[in-house]
Structures are given as structure tokens and as C-alpha cells.
Design a protein around this ligand. Structure first.
Ligand SMILES: [Zn+2]
Length: 143
């Protein structure tokens, strides 16, 4: 009887020691900078994969969007729909010069953010076709 009681007391002590050791180990692991670094690395990797996915989504379509104002080719992320209503507060002579009615993807009129920001402040965009910055006709020798 005495032996059994002593053995169970020893087992309880061992269990308590083990639990204390595990508690300390987990506490140290949480405070360990290397462990936290690995955790952050996983987060960072996930963010990078999101960035890569976003990039692939942005370049899904090539630079097929023609700016109605400067006639340059842009990716979707660099243009927005050219809408007369958006420019109702801008000088209408500049708006009429810039929104040329040039349509491209989805048969919509697109305008690049550079031209848009210039029109928003009432300036003629420097690369605007109306500013005589259009591309020359393709020479015959290149056909
Ligand atoms: Zn433009």
C-alpha cells in the first residue's frame, strides 16, 4: 500500500514537472525572435503572393487601352472611363479638345490618369493630341 501511494506521488510530481517544462518552453518559444521571424516570414510570403496575383490580374489584358486624349496605349490599371459628366466643373473648351471620342476596349472611351489629372485642374495635358503631340503616320517603307 505504502509503495503504491509513494509511486503515485512520484508520478504526480513528474507530471507537474513535465507540465511546468512545457509551459516554460511555450513561453520561451512565443518570446523567441527567430520563431516570430518565421511567423512574420509566412505572413510576408502570403502578402507577396497577393501582390503577384494582383500584378497578373492587372496585366491580364495587354496595353490595349487607348487614351482618348493622348492616344497612348495603357494597361487597364492606368486608365479610367472618359465621361463628360466627370469634367462638368472643368473648362469645357479643354474638355472638348481632350475627349476625342476615340474608343478602344469594350467600345468605351478611356482616359489615362495623367491626362485626367491635367484636365481636372483645367490644364491641357502636355501629351494631348490637341497639343499637337500625335504620332506621325506610319511610313510606307515599314509596310
Ligand atoms: Zn492620356
Amino acid at each position: 500500500m505504502k509503495n503504491q501511494r509513494a509511486e503515485s506521488q512520484l508520478r504526480e510530481k513528474d507530471n507537474e514537472k513535465r507540465k511546468t517544462y512545457i509551459r516554460e518552453y511555450m513561453k520561451n518559444k512565443r518570446n523567441d525572435t527567430a520563431f516570430r521571424g518565421r511567423k512574420n516570414q509566412k505572413k510576408r510570403r502570403k502578402k507577396i503572393s497577393d501582390v503577384i496575383r494582383s500584378f497578373h490580374k492587372n496585366i491580364e489584358r495587354g496595353p490595349e487601352y487607348v487614351c482618348t486624349c493622348c492616344h497612348q496605349l495603357w494597361f487597364r490599371s492606368s486608365v479610367k472611363k472618359g465621361n463628360l459628366l466627370v469634367y462638368s466643373h472643368c473648362p469645357q473648351n479643354i474638355v472638348k479638345l481632350c475627349l476625342t471620342g476615340c474608343k478602344s476596349v469594350d467600345n468605351e472611351e478611356w482616359i489615362c490618369f495623367t491626362c485626367d489629372s491635367n484636365i481636372q485642374v483645367g490644364e491641357l495635358p502636355s501629351f494631348a493630341k490637341a497639343n499637337k503631340m500625335n504620332f506621325p503616320d506610319k511610313p510606307e517603307v515599314l509596310n
